[in-house]
Design a protein around this ligand. Sequence first.
Ligand code: ATP
Length: 381
Amino acid sequence: MSTPSIEQITAALAQVNDPEIKRPITELNMVDSVSVADDGAVAITVLLTVAGCPLKDTINRDVTAAVTAVPGVTGVDLTLGVMTPEQRAGLKDILSNGKAEREIPFAQPGSLTKVYAIASGKGGVGKSSVTVNLALGLAKQGLKVGIVDADIYGHSVPAMLGVADSRPTQVDDLIMPVPTASGVSVISIGMLKPRRDQVVAWRGPMLDRALVQMLSDVFWGDLDVLMLDLPPGTGDVAISLGQHLPNAEVVVVTTPQEAAAEVAERAGTMASMMHQRVIGVVENMSFLTLPDGSTMEVFGSGGGDRVAETLSQRFGYDVKVLGRIPLDPALREGGDAGKPIVESDPTAPAALELAKIAEGLGGRGRGLAGMQLGLTPSAKF
Ligand SMILES: Nc1ncnc2c1ncn2[C@@H]1O[C@H](COP(=O)(O)OP(=O)(O)OP(=O)(O)O)[C@@H](O)[C@H]1O
């Protein structure tokens, strides 16, 4: 077999994406050198963005696999180096398209990324569980999905995705979202703290800065969908989000309980006051299926319908119940184990209902159609 050419090896390397940036390593100038010996042995040096890059094993595996597959390659000797500060600055330029001032890409008029904010009135109704499962459901449809965990009180999303201890890689002041096994990238307000167990007592301006940082200093790339897990209630983060991303569409999560529904209505109304469109209600913990097949309404009934009806009346447009998710111990276990139920037990009724809701959201497509313009001529409060 003939010796492979440098061009063939480079073409193979162009198929390898940086796992965080999700762009070919060749485009990011990460390939430092390539040489091919007469006997087909290939030597490559790839430069990592930072020393001790947590994903170097993934890069090692992917590069070796891609190059080994080229006909005539008899061996791959891969050296992993680290970029110099100048090379990192060059990478930052590539990622920020040469713009010095960063802006929130999802707030730009031409943005095609759908932004869904997941809100609730009360804590503990399953907002984070719904967020991660919907995100995974959307990713299963082949969409590129990112999650911003802005829940200052809970920030449980990384644990639910199995990356509780991960910290984002930083290229100077540009932050890489943390990739997860399911393909969804995540950044959490918890990752911005110096230590994970640290308690933060952030007030309005600090929270605003943290939210802006997660939206503009993080290199999200070209996402189809961005999901935001909001703190429960109608606090500072909801106000900041309304100011920075008025085009976000809001999904309200509630349980069937009367008291939960009432506060969920307030969260929905708040979103509308910030000119965001509420696209629907998810009722979680709707019922429990008992071993004999009968169902028990542990938290009562009617909360989802009530929130949807009230918000429809208030806003003058149709707010639907998008789905009703049953109580299922497997959903909690999946979250605790870092493997959400749509992945760990996809045929469970709760997983099927979440996948159905994700199907509906994914079917709404990319693009500007249906986006709110920040004007509400007919809102009634
Ligand atoms: N349908 C369900 N069946 C069983 N357990 C559930 C269900 N939904 C959520 N849970 C569990 O309830 C707990 C609270 O859920 P989760 O953290 O998603 O709520 P949350 O609304 O995001 O809370 P907070 O805002 O306080 O962080 C978790 O342990 C989760 O696994």
